[in-house]
Design a binder for this molecule. Structure first.
Ligand code: URA
Length: 229
């Protein structure tokens, strides 16, 4: 990678800002001051003798607050909540009024791997409802429901897990991500969702020390948990 691109990505600067930083003589590669942006980075890069660590791909766990959209652009996107990283995208979708675990990353292949319908990764939601969950609903969620998708086609939901916590609260796990799926499934058993929070993707659990709107960078071992059933 060229030095100007490296500096721009690693320090979240525009290419122009990176070029002027390089020209200032504050950047070294392996002890040598380098002033030209087109130099290939083949060694360790330093700014004022402090090594610049650059990771191509970065992954963040965000505790999404209500009122934010899971879109990549436009107003009130969850991306506004994470600063200093270029080209971040949202991995999957949560409704505007849903809170909880969402992953942001600049790794497009990872997003595809997690969100592809073939991935069969279970996502777990904590739900509170107006209405009552009863034991027979466990079987209903397991067997699935015929729901209408955004394109007005009927689809049958894959096996879902309902864990009743109280008459009006439960954990529900689904391995798909159709529009309003949890809300629609609850509606099928006469319950209206009043509170919805995603708490788990695969075996990766929302870090409860994160307040709504807060995020943390994920380590490789944490990311791997997503693919553990
Ligand atoms: N199901 C829903 O109904 N809403 C979400 O945000 C996620 C799953």
């Amino acid at each position: 990678m060229r030095l100007d691109k490296f500096i721009s990505y690693a320090l979240n600067l525009t290419r122009k800002e990176a070029t002027s930083l390089i020209k200032s003589g504050r950047i070294k590669i392996d002890g040598n001051v380098i002033k030209s942006g087109d130099t290939k980075v083949l060694g360790k890069v330093y700014l004022d003798d402090q090594e610049i660590i650059y990771k191509e791909y970065r992954y963040f766990m965000l505790n999404k607050p209500k009122g934010y959209l899971s879109t990549t652009s436009g107003e009130k996107s969850v991306l506004e909540l994470v600063s200093g990283v270029k080209d971040l995208k949202v991995c999957g979708r949560l409704d505007i009024d849903t809170t909880g675990l969402i992953i942001l990353t600049n790794d497009g292949d990872f997003i595809h791997k997690v969100t592809s319908p073939k991935s069969d990764i279970y996502k777990t939601y904590y739900v509170e409802v107006d209405g009552e969950f009863i034991n027979s609903h466990v079987e209903s969620f397991k067997n699935g429901f015929d729901l209408i998708d955004t394109d007005k086609e009927i689809y049958h939901t894959k096996e879902a897990k309902l864990e009743i916590l109280s008459t009006s609260s439960a954990n529900i796990s689904i391995c798909e991500g159709r529009f309003h799926q949890i809300k629609k499934m609850c509606h099928e058993v006469g319950c209206v969702v009043t509170n919805l929070k995603r708490i788990k993707i695969g075996s990766l659990t929302l870090d409860e020390s994160l307040k709504e709107g807060e995020y943390k960078e994920l380590k490789k071992e944490e990311l791997d948990k997503i693919f553990v059933k």
